[in-house]
Design a protein around this ligand. Structure first.
Ligand code: SAM
Length: 500
């Protein structure tokens, strides 16, 4: 789509493919069929490999990209080197083929004082975390500087809210299974940007209980004659295990994502899993028989328990379904939501729209200080959870609707309805013009924008600023320690002249 026509609402393309491994480690993300597909045709990739020229260089890192990669200059080009830190000199290899550039960190010659030995032995292969080679202060500095740089058009963000114990925080994990060369069952995570399975037994940011559970399942597979699913052949049964943990309630959901609805020995399997882990409160089977990188399919069956878990956040209780979104770091979520509610400046009278509301968490917390709350969310299961959560918490002034938030807002604006505050928390792709143009028509006095992707947030905030709003404050929250990701919440207010 034409960029001008689209006002910048388009996907960004990747110019160079770069892969780097430190200390001469082999490139772990050697593309499987699927991995290759995502980067272009096989023939192009093969041709590229044949024409590749490789040089070894000694370089000095001058800074970090927003993705935490070290920046070095070479022949007038900026190269991005994974796991290299500012000020470090290092030996790297640069392989070129046409316009493609591959880089690899071979050896750090003068290490930065910020460099630490990663405490995870899978770090350089896995790719799930990107900052384990930096100490905590350097991670904090990197995140703050990245957000400061991106948000510069709107003023200086507040200091990032960090986490005291930045491990074990993920309340949701999904594990994939496969066979190794000896045809033994392995389980773990995919290498970054690939479908190469990295066998592991523990992820330091997962809830430890979740890792124990999938390890048990892996151990049970042989005796229950359960084969791991093979994406290339479409054969096998168990694709993934999804575990959701209620950090406050202790309730645990296990979802067995399988390729077929026929689960032989299902009852005995459930019995044996519950015996090994009596702490599991519900077990589901999700059937995903599509050739897709999506974890969950549409068909779901409860094998044990109520099919949801309940957890407590900001003093309210929330039911969470397998397919519903729930923030993955509840400790930091409480800080994030507290900031969002503070920025909304509610007095008890306002009409608040909770857009992209998920299971209704922000809206229901806001309802305690608002006149009424209207929530809108695309995912049917999440809306069902939100309605149930409203009743469960005795909330009388909140309504939740299923649908596209943009379309919902267009219809609200067309009916001439009013809203005082819009709290929006879209997915990584950000919001869209339909939604934002309707915000401009509805003229809420305040917009509180929660985002897990500051790049799309900046794009959307620029739209609002061009159309009568100003950004009053930005609060980054470290919801994803050890990774490059940061959550931000922004306070955006209608300028007096625009509201008149
Ligand atoms: C980042 S989550 C936020 C959920 C919730 N606010 C929370 O804090 O838990 C984004 C939510 O937007 C929903 N979503 C994605 N696209 C949407 C759309 N076009 N309209 C409405 N909701 C959408 C997703 O299903 C997801 O629940």
């Amino acid at each position: 789509m034409n960029k001008r026509k689209n006002n910048g609402y388009k996907k960004l393309g990747k110019k160079h493919k770069q892969s780097n491994k430190p200390q001469g480690k082999k490139n772990s993300a050697q593309a499987t069929r699927k991995g290759d597909k995502s980067q272009g045709k096989y023939s192009t990739a093969n041709k590229r490999r044949r024409n590749k020229k490789t040089v070894t260089l000694e370089v000095t890192c001058t800074g970090l990209t927003n993705e935490g990669k070290g920046i070095v200059q070479w022949e007038g080009k900026q190269l991005e080197i994974e796991h290299l830190l500012p000020g470090e000199t290092a030996e790297i290899t640069v392989s070129t083929s046409g316009r493609y550039v591959d880089t690899e960190l071979k050896r750090v010659i003068t290490p930065s004082k910020d460099r630490i030995k990663p405490i995870c032995s899978y770090y350089y292969d896995c790719g799930g975390c990107q900052l384990l080679h930096m100490n905590e202060q350097a991670q904090e500095r990197f995140k703050q500087e990245t957000i400061d740089k991106l948000m510069k058009p709107f003023g200086k963000p507040a200091p990032i809210l960090t986490m005291d114990h930045p491990y074990d925080y993920r309340n949701k994990s999904h594990t994939t299974f496969g066979l190794n060369k000896e045809r033994q069952i392995i389980g773990g995570l995919y290498a970054q940007n690939s479908h190469q399975l990295i066998s592991m037994d523990r992820c330091l940011i997962h809830d430890p209980k979740a890792d124990e559970i999938w390890q048990t399942i892996k151990g049970m597979m042989k005796s229950f004659k359960i084969q791991p699913y093979n994406e290339d052949t479409g054969k096998g049964f168990l694709r993934h295990v999804l575990v959701k943990v209620g950090k406050v309630s202790g309730e645990i959901m296990v979802v067995l994502v399988v390729s077929s609805p026929i689960f032989k020995g299902q009852n005995n399997f459930v019995k044996a899993l519950r015996k090994a882990h009596p702490e599991i409160t519900t077990i589901l089977m999700n059937v995903n028989n599509r050739d897709t990188s999506m974890v969950l399919g549409n068909q779901e069956k409860v094998l044990f328990g109520k099919g949801t878990i309940t957890d407590t956040l900001c003093g309210l209780k929330f039911d969470i379904s397998a397919k519903s979104f729930y923030q993955i770091n509840p400790v930091q979520t409480e800080k994030l939501y507290a900031k969002a509610i503070e920025m909304a400046q509610l007095t008890g009278k306002e009409t608040v729209i909770d857009a992209y509301c998920g299971i209704g968490t922000i809206g229901l917390i806001a309802s305690q200080q608002a006149g009424r709350v209207i929530g809108v969310e695309l995912n049917k299961d999440a809306v069902r959870d939100a309605i149930r959560n409203s009743k469960r918490n005795g909330v009388k002034n909140a309504r939740f609707y299923q649908g596209d938030a943009g379309k919902f807002m267009v219809e609200m604006a067309a009916r001439g309805e009013k809203a005082d505050v819009v709290i929006m928390d879209p997915p990584r792709s950000g919001s869209d013009e339909a939604f934002l143009s309707s915000v401009v028509k509805l003229k809420p006095k305040r917009v509180v924008y929660v985002s897990c992707n500051p790049v799309t947030q900046v794009r959307d905030m620029k739209y609002l600023v061009r159309n009568g709003y100003e950004v009053k404050g930005i609060q980054p929250v470290d919801m994803f320690p050890q990774t490059v990701h940061v959550e931000t919440v922004a306070e955006i207010v209608l300028k007096k002249e625009a509201g008149a």
